[in-house]
Design a binder for this molecule. Sequence first.
Ligand code: NOJ
Length: 512
Amino acid sequence: MPGWLKNAVFYEIYPQSFYDTNGDGIGDFNGIIEKLDYIRELGCNALWINPCFDSPFKDAGYDVRDYKKVAPRYGTNDDLYRLFEEAHKKGIHILLDLVPGHTSEEHPWFRESQKAENNEYTNRYVWTDHPFAPIKGYPYIGGESERGGVYLLNFFKCQPALNYGFLNCEEKWQLPPDHPDCIATREAMKDVMRFWLDHGCDGFRVDMAASLVKNDDEAKSGTCALWRNIREMLDEEYPEAAMVSEWGDPVKALNSAGFHMDFYLNRRGNGYNTLMRDYETGEDNSFFKKDGKGDITRFLNEYLPDYAATKEHGYYCMLTCNHDTLRPKYNLDDRELKLAYAFLFTMPGVPYLYYGDEIGMRYQELPTKEGGYHRTGSRTPMQWNAEKNAGFSDGSAEDLYLPVDLSAGAPDVAAQEMDANSLLNTVKALLRLRQEEEDLQADAGFEVVYAESGKLPFVYRRGNLLLALNPSLETVTAAADVGNRTVRFSIGKGNAEDGMITMEPQSFLVLK
Ligand code: NOJ
């Protein structure tokens, strides 16, 4: 396990929208370099950068045309190497986004694979042996190649699936995962990883990590075996490199596949969803809403068994949001966000903060851009200050990758830096607290002290610290063995005496 994950706090950067230094309206590597001090002062010491590779951008870069070359719109490979170097000087690690499940339909491997005559890439993608035969259970495309077959898709039409084999082969065109051509795909992905690790990157966020071996079983044993093989390579050659999976099933991802971290992804009705995003069914019963209708046991019932099963193997990752999800400001106001972040940043594992969530950037209703659809509204330019284009770019407004939120009350970094009570300053204080208290970091224990369905507060222990949360507008109390403690940190007011914790409306308390 890379030791640096112990106190890591990640900042996710959507490179298109972070900071533009050459006035073309789109963010760039030099922009990230210029903002490294901001990221450090915020309290983050690691970055995940969304795909920044050469691409036709039909899925915002998740359609890679060349794994080893950056997209010119962000700069050059040398600029990215310099970003690694400058970040390391400031104690910041960087994960790139690895997209192993599919390439762009414009990738040279795919162009070769489409040819009628056999070549090295014939089996690099999944093809049937007849131009009219459908693929059962998977999306596919026919009629676009010289080759007499249809090919399997991993996501959008532009993203043909790479071939890592089928665990249970049911057709003669399906190859087993240990077929030399499927192993060649895996080895090609290792080659991509080595390329970036050798140039200074610190690991990868892995796109659709569960999707590689097809016709996999319930336990995902084919896909897990493949990742374990990759983990062996890392342990041997790059023991400090870190991998986080977009899987959302920590028992499989951490225990079986060997990932160091797994995202707690938002899925309707799952534990994470009940915390901040429980609005898809009509009524919003998210735990952090001030009307206090949430129920922390809905989260705990899912989280506790998975946490117990995985904590010796790797880290659960709590997210404020990501580029695929509506920003948390969509349904939570700043006060609610402060309490939600207080929780996310004091949980075990490794937290991820999506750029702009530290100031409560809003979700924008926008037409789709580069395959974003409803996700586009969470990908708008970072709001740095009240100047032109919110300080994101010197370019003209029409040239911006996406419009900046210029509507009344739009938050920005400069204004929030001046306001001691701002969301930004609360995030900084919370992250400082996490850095100062080892008991709040990845490995320290987590125990529930008081959590009752329909009741508040929620009281939990991290190592020797006792923490209490009351998201509601009522003053609430709970019996808890508080011992002899002092207040280490608070949002709002709470106090603890005579075996009782009393939490005033919308408060968070850390007792030491
Ligand atoms: C998950 C990524 O987060 C998303 O943005 C992308 O569209 C799909 N995978 C396909 O790569």
